[in-house]
Design a protein around this ligand. Sequence first.
Ligand code: ADP
Length: 316
Amino acid sequence: DQERRKYVKGKKLGSGQYADVFSAHLVSDPTQLVAIKKIKVGPEVQEMGISHDSLREIKFLQELSHPNIIRLFSVFSTKNQNLNLVLEQLPQGDLMKLIQDTTIDYSPSDIKAWMSMLSRAVWFCHQNFVLHRDIKPNNLLIAANGEIKLADFGLARSFADPHAPMTYNVITKWYRPPELYYQANFYSGAVDIWSVGCVFAELVLRWPLFHCMPDGDLAMLGMISDKVGTPTEDNWPGVSKLRGYVPVAKEDVTPVKRRADWEANFGTVGTTGADLLMQMFALDPRKRPTAAQVLEHHYWTSDPRPSRLDQLPRQG
Ligand code: ADP
């Protein structure tokens, strides 16, 4: 309650599947704007209370301080266990809106700048043993200075009603790596790297690489086969032992796409960009670069240079 009274709540900024988001400012300093995300807590959570694990995760995130990760200033709960996250306010929309806004042109330099910020955010998360698990363009919010910030650490989801009907945007699985479809019970930061690859490809194509409606697991695996190649014991030793593995008849196997294919489809980000993209889409998660290896790739230092923040396009 003490925490809650530090803020003056203002107008609603938006609402999503799991939360309503309000503008607010500090009582002590009206120029300090924040966003209060009021999570729609499901009945199960209300009954059982907010778990210690979840609170520990929140405390952890509160300490994750990086220019490309949304700041979580504090957390408080109100009547009937409503959970409120006090976040940095990011008023410039998100990368999905920007990708879809056909009135906006952006360049390979802009893509490099955005990808660089995203890659550094993911590196920082992994360095601190946090997996994001839900990286996609609408979870990349844009700050007033043009910086992009990784947001929505699945917190809303873990508190929300698990039986609530989901909209297509929420259940979208277009950014999920094949090991999750195969129900690998051990997975790593490589899941996030796949999603980063999906964002990279989408920035180039201005359309999701694995676009699929409805996005059933088999349909999604089919898309991945089509665009990247079919997972087999040859390209991914052990894949057929995974719990959710779906065997594919020999004649239906699509060979893994080669460098020339990536360069043909993603040549606008140069041969180094196409190479990085190809690496992020290694089917075998052990063969994907780590976030640290992504940052060492020569894409970042080859021409063109990434745009400066003040050069990046933004929405009206
Ligand atoms: P959910 O997790 O339920 O999908 P979102 O995180 O998508 O909720 O938030 C819903 C809307 O609120 C977003 O579309 C955006 O317009 C707005 N919003 C969310 N977070 C912020 C923020 N930090 N600053 C400004 N607006 C935000």
